[in-house]
Design a protein around this ligand. Structure first.
Ligand code: NAP
Length: 264
């Protein structure tokens, strides 16, 4: 299938590793010029070089900015060229009980997970509407509705993205711009691999056994009953970044392996 993405430019937040990196890679494979992002200049330039080696026919750039700091976002906006596709992917979490989660922890997650998307969308939306084409995608999480009790702050920010995304989509009425949210379930990133390895070492089990136990206990509702590969999430993001997804706007697209339940 030709996704008709050739020559477009995408900015993906938090894309030196994980789902963001897999998305940048999948987009580059479709001929999209990509702008990578992470907190530090070294991490960003390493990721840029890695992707350039693989895809020399597209432009690969990088911009370091930590979304915890509004001044760094301001500087980042100054460096962003015309962006056809904005993937608001960056997300952080801290696992703690509700009563032990500090205000600072709440604000950190709100800044990075929610406000990064608010600020970037405010910047790119008018330009996209002017050009009459654009894609804004928010990367939420199954936690938006599952709300694990040690991740209430994280889950709250991920639920807020649904309203934000829907609200912004309503500003695109009659245009070629779409705004949607992708909702991944548990995905095998480096963080998930480390979690499995740590528990496996602690409990003297294999990673496969720990993973099985995770789906038996914490994610019983998953129909997939395994972690998704980052590529499975990235491929969905890539399709909804493309002109082929033009009739989907203001939507929530689940890539949760069925964990969230429901018929919609
Ligand atoms: N993994 C899952 O199971 C899962 C499930 C559902 C939803 N999600 C969501 O999917 C998105 C991607 O998740 P992931 O697991 O792939 O994430 P991840 O592996 O933790 O992502 C790491 C990326 O985020 C960047 N990053 C971290 N903090 C940053 C900050 N303050 N400013 C700028 N960049 C920052 C890192 O860059 P540097 O290290 O280079 O700074 C790196 O590129 C998140 O929004 C997450 O909530 C993930």
């Amino acid at each position: 299938m030709n996704l008709k993405l050739q020559g477009k430019t995408a900015f993906i937040t938090g894309s030196t590793s994980g789902i963001g990196w897999a998305t940048a890679r999948a987009l580059a494979q479709e001929g999209v010029h990509v702008i990578l992002n992470g907190r530090g200049a070294v991490g960003v330039s390493t990721a840029v070089e890695k992707l350039r080696k693989e895809f020399n026919e597209v432009e690969v750039k990088g911009v370091a900015a930590d979304f915890l700091y509004p001044d760094q976002i301001k500087a980042l906006l100054g460096q962003l060229s015309e962006v056809d596709i904005l993937i608001n992917n960056v997300g952080i979490y801290s696992s703690a009980s509700f009563t032990k989660t500090s205000d600072e922890d709440w604000y950190r997650q709100i800044e990075v997970n929610l406000m990064s998307g608010v600020r970037l969308s405010k910047y790119v939306l008018p330009k996209m509407l002017h050009r009459d084409w654009g894609r804004i995608l928010f990367i939420s999480s199954e936690c938006a509705t599952l709300v694990p009790e040690d991740l209430i702050a994280y889950s709250t920010t991920k639920a807020a993205l649904l309203s934000l995304s829907r609200g912004i989509s309503q500003l695109t009425s009659g245009s070629g711009v779409t705004v949607n949210t992708i909702v991944p379930g548990s995905t095998l990133t480096k963080g998930a691999e480390e979690f499995l390895a740590t528990v496996a070492a602690k409990e003297n089990k294999t990673k496969a056994t720990v993973s099985k136990a995770f789906f038996n206990d914490a994610r019983k509702s998953s129909l997939l009953q395994r972690f998704a590969e980052v590529k499975e999430i990235a491929d969905t993001i890539t399709y909804f970044s493309s002109p082929l997804s033009s009739a989907t706007n203001g939507a929530v697209i689940k890539v949760d392996g069925g964990s969230m339940g429901g018929i919609l």
